[in-house]
Design a binder for this molecule. Structure first.
Ligand code: HEC
Ligand code: HEC
Length: 220
């Protein structure tokens, strides 16, 4: 005797509801993953590095607080036309940065910028630093502390000087959120548990941290 069983697999309707064509941060996240940006950058905080080895294994800077760190117009502009920020290849003390960063274009760049700007942290409090000339801050930056030993900046007449082991601070006025610079100088290990830059909080008076953050926020 033969038993015949017929199985009907009906189409499942409405079981998997696809995400609504969403706001651009969600689209930007898809682009970020699609273009494999996450092979070199992580976007979920807090800081993941548990050792120097973790830091050295990273292929690019962490972006989980990008929305608190960068200024939106700079970010979108840089993504479409990346320029070298760190003269030496990331995590290297000798290799030159080839400047071959991927370049998302058009709407992709805009959506990725929206996504990255949505990644913020409460550690950065708004309204702490007003970008304005600070003679005291300039003195700390150029003379009292070794900032220029590691960071490039441009003087009044546009003359560039400074070391290359740290990211350039030329253009910091347009690139960095002044309140992030302040938060970073006050509590650097929150952002970078393993880092090459010394901690200045405790060495500099609270007022001078503020002054030097103010100065950085004016660097053209
Ligand atoms: C092969 C590794 C790699 C990939 C892939 C990559 N990046 Fe990067 N990214 C880097 C490195 C290295 C830097 C540092 C460049 C510099 O300082 O000049 C960087 C810098 C950045 C910065 C500036 C961060 C900062 O703190 O200065 C942003 C924003 C960024 N990348 C976004 C992206 C996006 C969006 C994508 C995907 C379209 C992407 N990256 C793909 C390696 C990568
Ligand atoms: C010994 C070298 C060194 C000195 C001195 C130094 N920095 Fe840095 N700085 C770095 C490096 C390297 C980084 C990148 C992150 C890291 O590894 O700490 C950095 C990151 C920064 C950033 C964030 C830049 C970015 O795009 O991510 C700012 C702002 C900054 N430093 C300001 C200062 C100021 C202000 C001083 C002086 C009070 C100073 N630095 C002294 C090496 C230095």
């Amino acid at each position: 005797m033969k038993l015949m069983i017929a199985i009907f697999a009906g189409a499942l309707v409405g079981a998997a509801v696809s995400a609504p064509a969403g706001a651009s941060p969600a689209d930007g996240k898809k682009v970020f993953e699609g273009q494999k940006c996450n092979a070199c950058h992580y976007t979920d905080g807090p800081a993941k590095e548990k050792s120097i080895a973790d830091q050295l294994a990273k292929k690019g800077p962490e972006l989980w607080y990008a929305g608190s760190k960068f200024q939106r117009p700079w970010l979108e502009g840089w993504l479409t036309k990346p320029e070298i920020i760190r003269s030496l290849a990331y995590n290297s003390l000798t290799d030159k940065n080839k400047g071959d960063h991927p370049k998302p274009a058009g709407a992709d760049a805009k959506n990725v910028a929206d996504f990255l700007m949505s990644l913020t942290t409460k550690e950065v409090k708004a309204g702490k630093i007003k970008p304005k000339r600070s003679l005291k801050g300039r003195l700390v930056f150029n003379k009292k502390m070794p900032c220029t030993g590691c960071h490039r900046s441009a003087g009044k007449k546009g003359k560039v000087s400074g070391g290359i082991s740290g990211p350039t601070l030329i253009g910091a006025a347009k690139r960095l959120n002044p309140d992030w610079v302040f938060a970073y100088l006050n509590n650097p290990t929150f952002f970078k548990p393993f880092k090459a830059m010394p901690t200045f909080a405790g060495i500099l008076k609270a007022k001078d941290i503020k002054n030097v953050a103010t100065h950085v926020s004016t660097l053209k």
